[in-house]
Design a protein around this ligand. Structure first.
Ligand SMILES: [Zn+2]
Length: 455
């Protein structure tokens, strides 16, 4: 912490000196919590190791925490062991109907706060008071896909909560499944907020956004970073910590391995071999493993083309045997059903623009030129299909097809995982393709406006 803006040892807020709070904040862990096994699940023992070193007073999570966690999946158990003080559901947590999500929320077991959320027959607490009665944490969520939830205006909910709580506590924290920019607007509108902890945007901010004395923290996704906040009203310090830098909780490592093999004995089955490492850099338009996944999906479905989210692909694999567990973890939404969507070319171009804001996509059977300097929605300047004829049959996930406008759409009965496993079995060696199918001119487009995220 040396050299950082870290608060001193005591804080006054119209009363006697009080000890500073320590807070650890995570967000958007759902992709790793949904995993069956392998590389990304190992973050949980690392986070546990970090927590044991840092020993925060308060542990918060900013949402998109539970998606795709079916009953009994290990991720939920690892989340439950972390000992959260409070968490707020995110939009992907609310993609499922209340009837399915409420039991998962209960199995997670952490206190849920959401001042702007109502479900049939269940209204979560809007806030909790913790830290010996000194601290209130108010939750603000974001609407998901499922209509059984009602999500109200976050500003009005935060104003109401602040009016109720401001005089009762000396630290008022917003725990919000909204990005830092949006939380800045909420903090401006509410006024009396001491700290805002963000979610939803998968980008970590090294330094908080400050609105007066109020820091707005945003830690990114998937446990790559967590926020470490120390201090109190008017005197906060913040540092992004990397769980990978902390020694893992060994007990949890062993428990995780045993549990995974018990649940999924087939995960260790070797399916193919990767002769040399495959790596993807964020600034590259194409990643080798994303291209391999797109080719695999196109081949197995028997489509002319395939379109996947590049950011849902694990960028790096080391050389060596590739197990079924590795295959399950290659695409973060590996259980998503695949559909065969039929497009005319202009509609396909529009789908690529819309799905990924022409930034994070992977294709097979297509040659796409993206001009990153052009405005959002106008970046795909050329798209050629290998298919002949008027329509192009494109394999994509059902989730993606909902945001595209295909002329028609048919279920394939396969998931992404099925397609990747079938393709892996077909080859003794996995050789990621190296052709240039995405031409990027004008540089990588700026960060998209994540009104919805492609998966
Ligand atoms: Zn979200």
């Amino acid at each position: 912490m040396a050299g950082r803006n870290v608060a001193g040892t005591t804080i006054r807020r119209g009363g006697p000196p009080i000890q500073p709070l320590t807070i650890v904040h995570t967000s958007d862990l759902g992709e790793i919590a949904s995993e069956l096994a392998g590389t990304r699940l190992r973050i949980f023992p690392r986070i546990a190791g970090l927590l044991r070193t840092v020993r925060p007073d308060i542990l918060t999570d900013g949402g998109d925490t539970l998606p795709a966690v079916a009953e009994g999946e290990p991720g939920l158990a690892w989340l439950a062991t972390m000992g959260y003080t409070a968490w707020v559901p995110g939009n992907h947590d609310l993609d499922l109907p209340a009837s399915a999500m409420i039991p998962a929320i209960q199995r997670f077991g952490a206190p849920v706060v959401a001042a702007n959320l109502v479900a049939p027959g269940w209204t979560p607490p809007g806030h909790i008071v913790t830290g010996g009665g000194r601290v209130a944490i108010v939750g603000l969520t974001r609407a998901g896909d499922d209509p059984s939830w009602t999500v109200a205006d976050p500003v009005a909910a935060a104003v109401r909560a602040a009016a109720e709580l401001r005089e009762q506590v000396d630290t008022l924290i917003l725990l919000s499944h909204r990005g830092a920019d949006e939380n800045a607007e909420i903090v401006r509108a509410v006024g009396a907020v001491d700290l805002a902890l963000s979610g939803h945007l998968h980008q970590a901010l090294p330094a908080p956004l400050w609105i007066g004395d109020t820091p707005i923290v945003q830690v990114g996704a998937n446990g790559q970073h967590v926020g470490f906040i120390r201090g109190g009203a008017g005197n906060w310090g913040h540092e992004l910590l990397t769980p990978e830098d902390f020694p893992p909780d060994v007990t949890l490592v062993h428990a995780l391995q045993e549990d995974l093999l018990h649940r999924h004995p087939g995960l260790g089955e070797v399916m193919t071999d990767l002769p040399s490492p495959a790596t993807g850099r964020p600034e590259d338009a194409q990643w080798p493993l994303a291209d391999w996944a797109a080719d695999a999906v196109r081949d197995v479905v028997g489509a002319d083309a395939a379109l996947l989210s590049r950011s849902a692909v694990e960028p790096d694999w080391t050389a060596g045997p590739i197990t079924y567990g590795d295959i399950c973890n290659l695409y973060h939404h590996d259980e998503d059903p695949l559909v065969m969507a039929r497009f005319e070319l202009p509609a396909l171009v529009a789908a690529i623009e819309e799905l990924a804001n022409a930034r994070f996509f992977a294709v097979s059977g297509l040659a796409v030129t993206v001009d990153g300097a052009r405005p959002e929605g106008h970046r795909v300047i050329d798209c050629r299909a290998r298919a002949a004829g008027g329509y192009i049959q494109v394999a994509m996930t059902r989730h993606q097809a909902r945001f595209a406008r295909p002329a028609s759409c048919a279920e394939t009965g396969l998931t992404v995982r099925d397609a990747l496993a079938t393709a892996a079995r077909r080859h003794v060696r996995l050789i990621p393709p190296t052709d240039r199918r995405i031409a990027l001119i004008g540089g990588m487009p700026p960060r998209p406006n994540w009104g919805h995220t492609m998966r």
